[in-house]
Write a protein that binds this ligand. Structure first.
Ligand code: FE2
Length: 179
């Protein structure tokens, strides 16, 4: 199942197990996702919107600079599923601002974080290579919160994209290029 079929299947009603299974069984070659992979000129993680059904789901491609770690964040009560398409990522899970577990994911691995599953932080483990991951959010969200471990209070952030549907939002953004 490639990207087009994955989107068709997501348009039908699914449940949690099926979303995980869908991401696990889809096989999206680099030739299909490359055209969505833009790099923001400022961010260490570039979020690219592949497809969105505003009431139901958003499918996003994230490109991670080598060694980049994002802030501890929630998903504003959306469920999050992700699959690693390139590279190795580490996920650190937090519950009530307390570090709970680190887990490493390689190409093809799928992870799920439930709607009220606490917060997490992602790190591109490689100091030399970019990583790319596919994220499915149910439902989409426009704002989220970031946290630091010294305070239980989050800070609101806008969820922004460097590209939408394969089109860059800024002419200074570069396409990821060849793999
Ligand atoms: Fe996340």
């Amino acid at each position: 199942m490639g990207l087009q079929e994955l989107i068709w299947r997501l348009m039908k009603d699914q449940d949690r197990e099926e979303y995980t299974e869908l991401l696990r069984t889809c096989n999206i070659p680099v030739q299909e996702w490359r055209r969505y992979a833009f790099l923001g000129h400022r961010q260490g993680c570039s979020r690219n919107l592949i497809y969105e059904d505003k009431d139901r789901f958003a499918l996003t491609l994230c490109c991670w600079d080598p060694g980049y770690q994002n802030e501890i964040h929630d998903h504003n009560d959306s469920a999050c599923y992700f699959k690693i398409l390139h590279g190795i990522m580490q996920e650190t899970h937090f519950q009530d601002n307390e570090r709970k577990a680190d887990k490493e994911y390689g190409v093809g691995d799928v992870c799920h974080m439930s709607r009220r599953g606490g917060t997490h932080q992602m790190t591109n483990v490689s100091k030399t290579e970019r990583a790319v991951s596919l994220h499915l959010y149910i439902p989409p969200f426009n704002t989220y919160q970031v946290f630091n471990q010294s305070s239980p209070h989050g800070e609101h952030r806008e969820a922004t994209f460097v590209s939408r549907y394969g089109f860059s939002m800024d002419q200074e953004n570069n396409q990821l290029g060849d793999f």
